[in-house]
Design a protein around this ligand. Sequence first.
Ligand SMILES: Nc1ncnc2c1ncn2[C@@H]1O[C@H](COP(=O)(O)OP(=O)(O)OP(=O)(O)O)[C@@H](O)[C@H]1O
Length: 451
Amino acid sequence: MKYTILLFEDEPELRQEIKDCIAFDSVEVYAFESWAQYKEAKIDYVPRLAVLDINLLDMDGLTVFQGLKERYPDIEGIVITGQASLKNAIESLKLGVMDYIEKPFRSKDIRSAIEKCESYKQFRVKNYVVDRQFEESRKKFEAHWGIEFIGISQPIKEINTLMKRVAQADMTSVMVTGESGSGKELIARGIHSMSDRSGAPFYPVNCTAIPDTLFESEFFGYQKGAFTGALSNHEGWFEHANGGTLFLDEIGDMNLALQSKLLRVLDERKVTRIGSHDIIPVNTRIVCATNKDLKQMIEDGQFRLDLYHRLNSFHIHIPPLRERNEDIPVLVNHFVRHFAEMHNKGIVSMHSKAMNLLVNHHYPGNIRELKNVIERAILMCDTNVIKAHHLNFTEQSENGKVQVDYSLESIERETIIKAMKACSHNKTHTAEKLNITRQALNRKLKKHGIE
Ligand SMILES: Nc1ncnc2c1ncn2[C@@H]1O[C@H](COP(=O)(O)OP(=O)(O)OP(=O)(O)O)[C@@H](O)[C@H]1O
C-alpha cells in the first residue's frame, strides 16, 4: 500500500514544485488548492500526512488540518508558510502539527521533515506494541508465580514452558546454564515459586563464595564441639532448605571431594552433621547453575560424570541477551518503571535514539548489565526523558559494540559531582542532599579525586 500525502497549496507553481520534491516511488501525493477542491475529490485512501500552506483560497491551512484530524485521528501535519510567526507556530503545535517550514524552502528541508514525521510515527506504533506485550508478559508471570520474569522472545516462551513442567516434577534436579547475569537464579526462583515447595525456603548458595574449608560444615551442618569454634549445633544448607529448594550457583566451582559428598546426599536423601552420628532425612530439591563448560571439565577430570548426570536430569539453557534482543525494549520499559518509582522520579520515558543504542548494545553482562545501565541513567537524568548521553555508552570496543561503565563506583562519583554542582560546591548542602555526613562526603571526595 502506498503512503498517501495530502498537499494543500494555492499557488499552482509552488504546488507542483512541492509535489515534485515529495513524490517518491512509494508515495502517492494528492494536491489541492483549497478545502472545497479536496471535498469534491472524495479521496478513498486514509492519508498519513498532510502538507499544508497556511493561506489557502477558501480557508487557512490550520483549520484544514483540524478538519482532517477529526476525520483521520492518526494523520500528521507539516505546515509551510511565508508568514513565519510565533503565533502561527504555537497555533500549529497546539493542533498537533509535527513540523513547521518557512518559505523559501529547499527540497531537502521538506523531505527531512517528512522522514522525521514518519520515523516518529513508527516509533510510537512500536512503543505501543511493546507496551502491550510487556503488560501481557508481566501479568502472566505475576499471576502464575508472583515474580517477574520479563521477555517476549521465543527462547523465553520456551523456558516458561520448561519451568512450569519441571516445577510439577517434584524431585527432579535441574541444571540451568547460561552466561553470567542472564537470569539463571531468576529461573531457579521461578521453578521454586511455581512448585508445591513454594511454602518452604528457597535457599541460594554461591559455591564460589564459600572457602573449601567451610563447605562441608555449611552444607551438612555440625554438632556443638565437633571442632574448635563449633560453639553450638548448626543446621546445614540441606536441612535449612528441607521441603524447599537449594539453589547451587556456580556448581562448577565445587571441589571434587565435595562433589562426591553431594552425590551421596542426592542418592540417599539424608545428611549427617559433622561430629554427629544421627541421620537426618532431607527432602530438598537441587537446582544448580553454571556458566562453565561442565563437559569440558569432566574431560579434564575436574567434574564428576555421575554427578553431572544426576544434576542434569532436566536442563534449561538461557541464551545471552544479545541473541534475543526483541526482549530488550520490554526489559528496558520494565526497569525504567521500576527504578523511576524507586528513585521517586515520576513517569520517565526512553528517547528513541537511546532505545536504539540499548537494543544494539552487546551486553557482556547480560540483563544485570542492562539493569545497571538503566538505574544509572535514571539517576543521571534531570528531566523525564532518558536520552542517549544518559546511558554513558562512551567507548567503542574492538567488535564495534559500545561499552558502558556501569560500576557502582562510577555511579557514585557522577552522583557526587552532580550534587556538588547543584549545591554550588557547598559541602554542607551537598552532604545533606546526598543524605550523608559532611565527613563521609569528604572521604568520598578524596576517594574519587573530586575537588
Ligand atoms: N527475564 C528477566 N526479567 C526481569 N529481570 C531479570 C530477568 N533476567 C534477569 N533479571 C535480573 O537480572 C539480574 C541478574 O539475574 P540473575 O542473578 O538471575 O542472573 P544469573 O545468570 O544467575 O547471574 P550469575 O551467573 O552472575 O549468578 C537480576 O537482578 C535479575 O532479577
